[in-house]
Ligand binder design. Structure first.
Ligand SMILES: Cc1cc2nc3c(=O)[nH]c(=O)nc-3n(C[C@H](O)[C@H](O)[C@H](O)COP(=O)(O)OP(=O)(O)OC[C@H]3O[C@@H](n4cnc5c(N)ncnc54)[C@H](O)[C@@H]3O)c2cc1C
Length: 312
């Protein structure tokens, strides 16, 4: 429970070196389970989604919508059994078991925590296991199961100007975050979104994003395309970031989600920046993060071998 004490006086109580060292105490840390406050205190506490009471559970769900939003992005909408049991924070993800296999793939909620149905934005990955299911098999009424919610990438209390950076289907958790911000009656900080993708085909949900201009008092966004010559803003999201508009001159909370190379590029950019964000949270859409996960081709190969063995 070690926490950093920003202000206030306290008696540190008793503690062992394993829990906190004398040096850490001298540096301003305390153990809230032992310390006795002498005044009001402000503590920096490292929380996780587990502490936020959103630990993972298994859920059954039925497909209520499935299809391609564009040549490169699928949408999957689900009605969850015992929806009231599913509490998640905007930005978190679940592991969906791909129907017809025992493999799981991770997907971030693209809907806000308050919405009845949940939805996902899924990239069309040629020969991918989930992709093949979405493209060739999935239909309304299909059943599937998922485990979640998971992840420490989620919207924190919006106290500073917010910069949202989405790369490709990294838009999904950002949509969930924007939906929560739109429902936050106390929100009084500016929200900016830079949505990057390769080509025009990758851009989805633009009307829904634009509609947030009517629902979030101070919201604006633009798109950046890396491979489209005639787009208004060509290049990467970092080429079009304005220190005052987007980084609030070092006061912003930045949330970034996208493919690993994009996340690394933005991290490097912030590292060398004069006014990087005050807080920076990110999620990488790594492929097959779960240990032992098999890709679409491996599962197909195994199915063929099994079929050959039983003489199909
Ligand atoms: C926390 C987290 C959240 C995520 N959220 C999202 C999200 O919201 N939206 C989203 O689109 N993605 C998200 N992802 C990525 C997602 O989990 C999948 O990795 C992605 O959708 C690909 O899954 P797939 O089953 O279609 O492809 P896979 O079956 O995993 O295949 C991946 C690639 O490997 C190739 N391949 C297949 N077989 C072989 C082989 N034998 N040898 C070499 N290559 C092979 C395939 O052609 C394909 O290009 C997230 C990832 C993480 C970790």
């Amino acid at each position: 429970c070690k926490a950093f004490c920003e202000s206030g006086d306290f008696d540190e109580g008793e503690f062992v070196d394993d829990a906190m060292t004398q040096d850490e105490l001298d540096d301003g840390f305390c153990l809230p389970c032992q310390a006795k406050p002498h005044s009001d205190m402000v503590l920096q506490i490292r929380t996780t989604s587990i502490l936020a009471k959103t630990g993972p559970e298994t859920f059954q769900a039925e497909v209520t919508k499935v299809g391609a939003l564009s040549d490169t992005v699928f949408e999957l909408e689900l009605e969850v059994e015992d929806r009231e049991r599913l509490n998640f924070l905007p930005g978190q993800y679940v592991n969906i078991t791909v129907p017809g296999s025992e493999e799981t793939r991770s997907y971030s909620f693209a809907t806000g925590p308050q919405e009845d149905k949940i939805a996902f934005l899924i990239k069309n990955t040629p020969n991918g296991l989930m992709t093949n299911w979405l493209k060739n098999v999935a239909k309304v009424g299909d059943k599937l199961k998922f485990e979640g919610p998971m992840g420490s990438f989620f919207l924190r209390e919006p106290l500073q100007p917010i910069l949202l950076l989405a790369g490709g289907t990294g838009l999904a958790p950002v949509m969930s975050i924007m939906e929560s911000l739109a429902n936050d009656e106390l929100l009084d900080v500016p929200v900016r979104l830079i949505y990057g993708a390769n080509t025009n085909v990758d851009l989805v949900r633009l009307e829904e994003i634009a509609a947030y201009k009517d629902r979030i008092a101070d919201f604006d966004f633009f798109t950046v395309l890396s491979q489209e010559d005639d787009h208004e803003r060509k290049g990467f999201v970092t080429n079009h970031m304005d220190p005052s508009e987007h980084l609030a001159d070092g006061e912003a909370d930045a949330y970034l989600c996208g493919p690993p190379p994009m996340v690394e590029a933005v991290r490097t950019y912030f590292d060398g920046h004069d006014t990087p964000p005050l807080n920076f949270y990110y999620e990488k859409f790594n492929a097959n993060q779960q240990p032992g996960a098999k890709t679409g081709e491996e599962v197909a190969e195994k199915a063929e071998k099994t079929a050959a063995k039983v003489g199909v």
